[in-house]
Design a protein around this ligand. Structure first.
Ligand SMILES: C[S@@+](CC[C@H](N)C(=O)[O-])C[C@H]1O[C@@H](n2cnc3c(N)ncnc32)[C@H](O)[C@@H]1O
Length: 419
């Protein structure tokens, strides 16, 4: 057992100091001298204050409520309740009217709404009328309900990690085994036979939804603004004319390539190639956001890369889907196609080496979610190792959260060249 002087030295847990820190930070917030980082600092201190005040049983109770709240929100989206509550801040809606408009029994609605009124997500005037808060109003339409619903549906079933590890000993079995020996394949009763992507492709609606989601998830995985894809185009002169600029390997329905082309008009659609498995390329054929000139190519990244000498081979949200040995074999298929100046651009989370430095909760959560399909998030050292084994050198990490080359837990482009 750790003695008092071997206890980790955490931030202060003195409630008066924490409350006074919050007050100071809040004052400058109100003065308008604020930004996303200072807001995050206030939230971090407020959370610290809560965990300091909570008893272990309070904490356990709040975990239980946090488990139920997303399930209720998901159901309220499915019942179109959040879409039916008026969004104007003065308006509310009675339970009877909600029942009449959604066709869902009032008693059931009331039980669901009680949970989210309790958490403060929705407000109630006490007379059986409900209104949106600033947090719930965006669920009335647009991107958030779709995004939330799809993430919930895809990922929730995979979180039965305790059940999986009751009969499995490794999160990352050696070799290609990990692609079909993982919680998703196991839960579907297809362990040893199907990968998570095989399973998704059995259901066209689910496949389509996944790709819409993947292109929309910019809040967590920004596409542009931190790596200059435009610079790839600048050398398109002389012998580079006609050379392929960007190959988006496992590029999904093309939504990401469309965003890159829109943000960097210097890139020519005709010099870009989108590659993926056949059912996904079929989806891309119907993606009207993708400029016509882009070449769409069915390609399995376990086979040799057919586009020779492109300026860059882009793998976005690919390496975190797979174990080390699988990523090494995917990269090894690209290396022989590269010209001396070709780059491999890996866009994925880069975890910090040392969580004490402050890990982004999102990146470490994604790491566990990726475990469900046999993948993982990686640190800079992890990327250096797997890239090195494939014959590549990590030249620079372009972080979406930081400028410079600090190790941060967050989304980044890992730029590699041939060894
Ligand atoms: C997480 S999605 C990322 C899609 C896109 N790059 C993005 O950032 O939104 C992973 C992609 O890898 C593709 N994929 C999986 N196995 C593949 C394979 N063997 N060959 C080519 N693509 C594959 C999937 O179809 C899917 O489009």
């Amino acid at each position: 057992m750790a003695s008092a002087d071997t206890q980790p030295q955490g931030p202060t847990n003195d409630i008066t100091t924490l409350a006074s820190d919050i007050l100071t930070l809040t004052k400058s917030h109100q003065d308008g001298s604020t930004n996303a980082a200072s807001t995050a600092e206030i939230i971090a201190k407020a959370k610290q204050l809560i965990t300091t005040l909570q008893t272990p049983m309070d904490h356990a109770s709040s975990l239980l409520v946090s488990m139920v709240e997303p399930a209720v929100i998901r159901t309220l989206i499915a019942f179109k309740v959040l879409q039916t509550i008026p969004t104007s801040s003065e308006d509310s809606i009675s339970l009877a009217e909600l029942e009449q408009k959604t066709g869902v029994q009032a008693a059931l609605l009331q039980r669901l709404l009680r949970v989210v009124v309790g958490t403060g997500f929705i407000t109630s005037n006490g007379d059986g009328a409900y209104a949106h808060t600033t947090l719930s109003a965006p669920y009335a339409g647009g991107m958030i309900p779709t995004l939330f619903g799809a993430i919930y549906d895809e990922l929730l079933p995979t979180l039965h990690l305790n059940e999986y590890f009751a009969t499995h000993t490794h999160a990352e079995p050696d070799g290609p085994e990990s692609t079909t020996h993982n919680p998703i394949s196991w839960l579907a009763g297809e362990e040893g036979r199907m990968t998570a992507f095989d399973l998704m492709e059995r259901d066209p609606a689910r496949l389509k939804n996944f790709h819409v989601l993947s292109s929309m998830a910019e809040h967590w995985r920004p596409v542009t603004g931190f790596y200059d894809y435009g610079a790839l185009a600048s050398a398109s002169t002389g012998e580079d004319i006609g050379r392929v600029t960007l190959v988006d390997i496992g590029g999904g329905d093309g939504g990401i390539l469309a965003k890159i082309l829109e943000a960097y008009p210097g890139l020519e659609a005709e010099q870009c190639v989108l590659q993926d498995r056949a059912p996904v390329i079929a989806l891309a054929e119907g993606n009207t956001s993708l400029p016509e000139g882009v070449k769409k190519q069915v390609h399995d990244f376990y086979h040799p890369q057919p586009v020779q000498g492109a300026k860059a081979y882009h793998l976005r949200a690919i390496t975190h889907d797979w174990s080390d040995s699988v990523v090494i074999s995917i990269l090894k298929q690209i290396v022989p196609a590269m010209a001396a100046d070709s780059k491999v651009l890996i866009a994925d989370n880069v975890l910090s080496e040392d969580v004490v430095g402050g890990e982004s909760g999102l990146a470490s959560m994604m790491d566990l979610l990726m475990m469900s399909m046999g993948g993982k998030e990686r640190t800079r050292k992890d990327f250096e190792r797997v890239c090195g084994e494939a014959g590549l050198v990590v030249e620079r990490i372009w972080s979406s959260g930081e400028t410079g080359e600090r190790d941060v837990g967050g989304f980044a482009v890992v730029e590699c060249r041939l060894k």
